[in-house]
Design a protein around this ligand. Structure first.
Ligand SMILES: C[S@@+](CC[C@H](N)C(=O)[O-])C[C@H]1O[C@@H](n2cnc3c(N)ncnc32)[C@H](O)[C@@H]1O
Length: 232
């Protein structure tokens, strides 16, 4: 059974606020500040403040939904900058969804995301194969499966990707060349990705998949991160 309860992740908590996955021995986000890292890495790394303000319809896809922090920070930006009838679809993949209780605990740290968090916790049903719902003004689809299995079966094209697996050394299956090729195939011409990692083999996989890749300064203690474009 793919969505067996045993797949719910076992967490440890630093200071009761930062969840660490026991399976991957890695935190869900930076110990310095999760929300600033999200903004720097994924939101600014994909130039979203500008692009979301200009769009009529936009699709963001993510590898690794985790606590939903990236998603909720994106929703908050969308509420601030989007034009009235514009549509945002956020598609994410999560093989080991948090329990509702852990999700709530993780998100309680971000009072500024409170409205979205409450609605996400209410809608959270990780016992199903996927979640497809509306959180605020954003459509959210989360596939509770291994991205390596589910992504190749899907037909969509993203304007921007958040590549947010655990560290490549600990979670290599979420950074493989084969998976990066599926990501590239599901990116619109002119579309982008951003990731916190600067690991050389991940950058090369993204290049081999077809992206024009660039290293830029990372958040806080991360010297470099990686962004890229599917050239027109
Ligand atoms: C760094 S965390 C993501 C943090 C998240 N974006 C957030 O905003 O909280 C990495 C996530 O990738 C998930 N993951 C690891 N391997 C996966 C796979 N093969 N398919 C789908 N998700 C996977 C982990 O369970 C974990 O939730």
């Amino acid at each position: 059974l793919e969505n067996n309860r045993e797949l719910f992740p076992q967490l440890d908590w630093i200071d009761e606020t930062i969840p660490i996955s026991r399976r991957f021995d890695d935190p869900y986000y930076s110990k310095a500040s999760g929300i600033d890292e999200t903004r720097h890495t994924f939101i600014n790394g994909n130039d979203l403040p500008q692009r979301l303000a200009q769009t009529r319809a936009f699709t963001i896809a993510e590898l690794g939904f985790g606590t939903g922090l990236n998603f909720l920070a994106t929703c908050a930006l969308w509420d601030d900058v989007s034009s009235p009838d514009a549509q945002l679809h956020f598609i994410s993949f999560e093989q080991y969804p948090l329990t509702s209780q852990d999700l709530q605990k993780a998100l309680s740290r971000w009072p500024q995301l409170d409205a979205g968090s409450r609605s996400l916790v209410d809608e959270w049903q990780p016992q199903f194969e996927f979640l497809d719902t509306k959180i605020g003004n954003t459509r959210l689809t989360v596939f509770f499966s291994d991205a390596n299995v589910r992504l190749p079966q899907l037909d969509f094209a993203a304007d921007a990707w958040f590549l947010d697996g655990f560290s490549p050394a600990r979670n290599p299956e979420l950074w493989s060349l084969e998976l990066m090729r599926h990501v590239f195939d599901r990116t619109l011409p002119g579309g982008t990705f951003a990731t916190y990692t600067s690991a050389g083999w991940v950058r090369r996989n993204l290049q081999s998949a077809g992206f024009a890749v660039q290293r830029i300064p990372g958040h806080a203690n991360k010297r470099q991160m990686t962004i890229g474009t599917k050239l027109l």
